[in-house]
Each structure stands twice: as structure tokens, then as C-alpha cells.
Design a protein. Structure first.
Lengths: 299, 346
């Protein structure tokens, strides 16, 4: 029983990562009609920037460990925002009227470029120490089950960001503008909604969320340039469960997928098997329920 | 109509004659690249059929090629089959997998199909090609060693096998390319194009969507598998790395970059994919202005592919070959118009 509970904890935190990554994908897809295959790669690159600050550079002796962690995360997230802004300005602003498939193929180009750029800078086959938000050894006993502090951080951050994002879209002027653009960009621009600004903000926000997911997951996976890039499949699966529109369903889908991928590892010792689970979920969702967002944002 | 067939046949023969002598003067490294260029060329050709003709997105062509390669390796290593048999088995195995992948594709298109095929590529990369359950198919972590494989009396470890493999592959490539161009003009080709333009309209006109979409996936996978089943002969062994998910993504990127609607673009893309990384790693290190040393590794190739793809999709939507072809045709018709005007004045 305690083994089952331990796997539940792992599954939930893995699911929190999937949910976070999927939130960014859904946000960008709704606001710009781009299904971002490079989402994992973008998060990976920003995570490595944070890693560079955390481990790569010398820190002044007076800096306590928590300040180093905070600085690394701040630099990584700032870089993510910049990356999202630059990509929107340099690439996605110019292809707004193209078909959804062309937009998706462009993101594959960005995926390849970011992945190899990161491999060049940080050497793909090298072992990288993960970034710990909470101290690695800190654990809490909940109902007799030891839970690492880093697991709790993931679940809390995922839920907080999901609710925060939902509130942002619902209650702020910019959030309303984003929803207006995602419903119909032409009539939104006729109503003087700043479509360019909405696009830029969506990409910056999406990239930021990808970086959060990337930084949080480093203690739990093989931390290299390919694993984080390929996280995209699980994130896409969670996003598809949410129909590529619904934020609550996406978060729920992320947690569900995390559990579904973790429980079989009790019996099946295989690194590749969770990919099969993700593919099965994707096929199941797509065949029995076409993503609602396709008709809304998939112009 | 007859004339068109004859013209295409002559073009294929000329292409073979022009390309056949090229690697003769190369060293072994470049001969390997030349043979590999055709293996990758088949994979990109399979995308020309699937994406260019039928409009179906696929991010798992390297998986089809990998299944062909592993099936061929298994036939040679486990069953000691003749290499010709191994190739046939490789093509059939890929064809079967293509039909299987085509099943979900019946209900999907565009982006959702891209997601599913990415998932298939990832499952085969991380699970089937690497897990111990499938050791009977993949030969374990060491893969298959097929040094003693023999095709038409050419052993895979002989000194001339690369050149011979190149000639056989080139002949096959020209034949398959010719068949594909002819297919494009045939009734089946018209049905394929109708599906590409609008599935709904095609179905309304009586095109059997199930049959033709499955056929497209099967044929495309078989073409990729044909290239892949030659891989063991060319490389002497099979391992997961060449057929991992990033190769699939590179195939898609390079096919679009070169012009996914054009058959010659596949040969161009294959050559690009085989030669450029090797040339980069071979000559890409030294010092610049006697001061700055540089070392260009394989990763620079993928970086370039990604950046070029983004630029191409924004600036030249029809791909490199499509753009060149369009320019040449415009120049040609402008020249013709000018000469005909002169004639009429005279």
C-alpha cells in the first residue's frame, strides 16, 4: 500500500509538470493558432540558462544558497520571456495568416534549432546536476508516506499557475483581449484589440510557463537536452485531453497522464513504456473526441 | 500522353547516367555518404508521396525506415537469409506498419496527425528500438552486425560494396521516382491530389477515402522501408541512433525545405542530409584569420536545418527546388515570349 502511495506522489508531481507544460501550449494555441511543437525545447533552453547560473558560474562567497537558487530561477525565467518575445517578433508575427500545419512545421524548425544550439553549448551527452528548488533531502510525512519537498513544490506551483492563468484570462483587460483574439482575430482587431500585443504577450507567457515546467522537472528525469525537448509528447497529450482550449481539463489531463504513466512502472521496468501510454492516450482522445479548440483556434 | 511517359523515362535514364559516375573518384568516407544520401533520399521521397501528393503530415518516416533496416538485419542475422529476401521482408514490414499508422490517419488530418505520428516515432525510438522485450527484432543493445551479408555477390564488408550499393540504390531510386511521377499523372494520382485539396470534396466525388489514404500510408512507408532496408548493407550494422525521433523531424524539415511537392527535391534533400554534416565535421575546424579557432560539429547541421526551415517557410513557401523551378519556368516563358514577338515582327 505504501508503495502504491509513493507511486501516486511521483505520478502526481510528474502530472503537475505535464499540466504546466500543457498550459503553455494551450495558451499559445488559443491566442495565436500555433500548435507549438517547440514548447519543450523552449523550456529546455531556458532551464539550461538557469542551470548555467546555478552551477556553471562562480558565485560570490557571501551569497547564501537560497539566493543563488533565486537568482538562477529569475535569470532563467527572464530569459524565457525574452525568448518568447523574440520568437514572436522574428517569426510568428509574419505567419499569422498561414495554415495551421505550416505554423506547426515552423515550430519543428525552431525545435531542431534550439535543441542543437543547446547541445552545442551544454554538451548533450554530459551529466547535468539537477536544479533543486527545495533542499534535496527535505521530506515530510503525510499519512505515513514520506514526500519529498520538491514533489510538493511541483504540485503547488502547477495548481497555483493554473488558477492564476485562469483568473488572468477571466478578470484582466489583457486576458479578455487574449480570449477575444482566440475566438476571432479579425473581429477582435476591428474592435481595436491590439492583436500584435496579444500575440507577443501569449508567447512571452507561454515561454515563461514552459521554463517553470522545465526547471521544476530537472530532479525527476534524465536532465539533458533531448529528454526535456521530447517532453512535448506528454504535454501535447495533456493539452489534447483539454481539447486544446480548456485550462481546467488540461490540468486534470496532466495529472491523469502523470498517474497513468507512473503506475505501470510498478510492474514494467522500461524507460520507453511511458511513451506508449502517452501515445495510447493521444489516440484514444483524438479518435473518440475531436479537440474542440481545432475549430476555434485552428483557423 | 504517351509522349509524356517517354519524356519522363528519358529524364530518369539521363539522371541515372549523370549521377552514376559521381562517387567513383571519392574516398571511402564520401562513397559512404553517397550511398547514405540515397537511403535518406528514399525517406524524403516517401514524404513527397505522403505529404506532397496526398497532403498527409507525418513525423515518423525514420521509424518506417528503421523498421525496414531492423527487419532486414534480423533476416540476415537470425535467419541467414539472402540479402534480396531481407530487403523484400524489410519493405513488407514497413508497408504493414504504414497501413497500421494509416488507420488512425483515417480520422485525423493536419496537426492532429502530426501529433500522432510524432508519438509513434517516439514510441519506436524509446521503446521498440531500445527495450529488451524487442531484442529478437533489434538484436539487443549492440544491434545487428551484417558484415557477411551478400547482395548480387557483393559482400557488405568488401572494399567495393559502397560503390556497388550506390549504383543499385541509384537505379532503384530512379525507377521509384519515375513510378511516382507517373503515379502522379494516373487515376490514383488524381484521387490522391483530390484528397490533398479537400477530403470532403474527394469523398463527394466518389473517391474511396479509406482505400486511398491507407494505400498512401502503406506505399510511403514501403518507400522509406526500401531505403531503410539497404541501410545495414551500406553501414554494416543497425543501431537505434540513425532512426531516432530527431531524424524523423529532420526528414520532415528537409523535405519541406527542399520542396515537398517535387521528386527531384528528395534526391537533393538526401544529398544535403548525408554530405553536409560530413563535410562540416571534416573541414569545419581550424583557425579563422590566424586567430579564432573554430570546430564545427554535427549539431551545427541540425541548427542550420532548423533555421533554414523557418526562413524558407516565411520567404519561399514552395521550398528551394520549387522556387528554383518556378523561377526557371518564368524565365523560360519570358524568353519564349520575347523570341516569338521578334518572329512576329519580322
Amino acid at each position: 500500500m505504501s508503495q502504491f502511495a509513493a507511486y501516486t506522489v511521483i505520478g502526481l508531481s510528474l502530472g503537475g509538470i505535464f499540466a504546466l507544460a500543457a498550459l503553455g501550449i494551450v495558451l499559445i494555441f488559443r491566442a495565436t493558432g500555433v500548435l507549438n511543437f517547440a514548447h519543450g525545447a523552449m523550456g529546455m533552453f531556458s532551464t539550461f540558462v538557469a542551470w548555467q547560473v546555478f552551477y556553471g558560474w562562480d558565485h560570490p562567497a557571501w551569497m547564501p544558497q537560497w539566493a543563488v537558487t533565486a537568482a538562477a530561477i529569475a535569470v532563467g525565467l527572464a530569459f524565457a520571456v525574452l525568448l518568447g518575445f523574440v520568437l514572436e517578433l522574428a517569426v510568428f508575427r509574419w505567419i499569422r495568416t498561414r495554415e495551421p500545419v505550416v505554423k506547426a512545421v515552423i515550430t519543428i524548425g525552431i525545435l531542431l534549432a534550439l535543441q542543437s544550439a543547446a547541445s552545442l553549448i551544454w554538451k548533450n551527452n554530459q551529466y547535468h546536476l539537477p536544479i533543486y528548488i527545495a533542499p534535496e533531502t527535505a521530506t515530510y510525512m503525510v499519512a505515513g508516506v514520506p514526500i519529498g519537498a520538491n514533489y510538493i513544490v511541483i504540485v503547488v506551483v502547477a495548481l497555483l499557475l493554473a488558477f492564476g492563468l485562469g483568473a488572468f484570462l477571466k478578470y484582466t483587460a489583457l486576458g479578455r483581449a487574449m480570449r477575444a483574439v482566440s475566438d476571432d482575430p479579425v473581429s477582435a482587431s476591428l474592435w481595436a484589440v491590439p492583436v500584435d500585443k496579444v500575440g507577443a504577450v501569449s508567447w512571452m507567457l507561454g515561454s515563461l510557463i514552459a521554463a517553470v515546467a522545465g526547471i521544476l522537472i530537472t530532479p525527476f528525469i534524465n536532465f539533458d537536452t533531448t529528454s526535456l525537448t521530447l517532453l512535448i509528447l506528454d504535454a501535447l497529450a495533456a493539452a489534447l485531453i483539454g481539447g486544446l482550449v480548456s485550462l481546467p481539463l488540461t490540468v486534470l489531463g496532466g495529472f491523469m497522464l502523470g498517474l497513468l504513466e507512473t503506475y505501470p512502472t510498478i510492474w514494467i521496468q522500461s524507460l520507453g513504456f511511458p511513451r506508449l501510454v502517452a501515445l495510447t492516450v493521444i489516440l484514444f482522445v483524438l479518435i473518440f473526441r475531436a479537440p474542440r479548440g481545432m475549430s476555434v483556434a485552428g483557423r | 500522353m504517351k509522349q509524356g511517359y517517354l519524356r519522363r523515362l528519358v529524364a530518369a535514364v539521363i539522371a541515372f547516367a549523370a549521377l552514376a559516375w559521381i562517387p567513383a573518384g571519392f574516398d571511402v568516407g564520401f562513397q559512404f555518404d553517397a550511398a547514405l544520401a540515397l537511403v535518406w533520399g528514399f525517406c524524403i521521397l516517401s514524404l513527397v508521396l505522403l505529404t506532397g501528393y496526398v497532403g498527409q503530415v507525418s513525423l515518423c518516416q525514420a521509424t518506417f525506415a528503421g523498421v525496414g533496416a531492423y527487419a532486414a538485419g534480423m533476416m540476415v542475422s537470425t535467419f541467414h537469409a539472402a540479402y534480396l529476401v531481407a530487403i523484400v521482408v524489410g519493405v513488407v514490414a514497413s508497408f504493414a506498419l504504414g497501413l497500421l499508422v494509416g488507420l488512425p490517419a483515417l480520422r485525423l488530418k493536419g496537426i492532429t496527425l502530426a501529433i500522432v505520428t510524432l508519438g509513434i516515432a517516439l514510441v519506436f525510438d524509446r521503446y521498440v528500438f531500445q527495450d529488451h522485450i524487442f531484442d529478437w527484432f533489434t538484436g539487443g543493445s549492440g544491434g545487428w552486425q551484417v558484415d557477411s551479408a551478400t547482395l548480387f555477390g557483393i559482400r557488405a564488408d568488401s572494399s567495393t560494396h559502397l560503390l556497388a550499393a550506390y549504383e543499385i540504390l541509384l537505379a532503384l531510386f530512379c525507377i521509384v521516382a519515375l513510378l511516382m511521377v507517373n503515379l502522379h499523372q494516373s487515376g490514383a494520382g488524381r484521387r490522391f491530389r483530390a484528397i490533398r485539396d479537400s477530403e470532403l470534396a474527394a469523398a463527394t466525388m466518389g473517391v474511396n477515402l479509406t482505400r486511398y489514404k491507407l494505400l498512401a500510408f502503406g506505399l510511403s512507408a514501403a518507400i522509406a522501408g526500401l531505403g531503410g532496408s539497404f541501410y545495414p548493407l551500406v553501414a554494416g550494422s543497425v543501431s537505434p541512433q540513425p532512426f531516432w525521433v530527431f531524424t524523423s523531424l529532420q526528414f520532415a524539415a528537409i523535405a519541406v525545405l527542399m520542396g515537398v511537392r517535387y521528386v527531384p527535391a528528395a534526391a537533393l534533400g538526401g544529398a544535403f542530409m548525408a554530405f553536409v554534416p560530413d563535410v562540416l565535421t571534416r573541414y569545419g575546424h581550424g583557425t579563422f584569420l590566424n586567430k579564432y579557432s573554430y570546430d564545427i560539429s554535427y549539431d551545427w547541421f541540425q541548427l542550420a536545418v532548423g533555421v533554414l526551415l523557418v526562413i524558407q517557410l516565411i520567404a519561399l513557401p514552395d521550398g528551394v527546388w520549387g522556387d528554383l523551378r518556378g523561377r526557371a519556368m518564368r524565365t523560360w516563358s519570358a524568353l519564349r515570349a520575347r523570341t516569338s514577338r521578334r518572329v512576329s515582327v519580322a
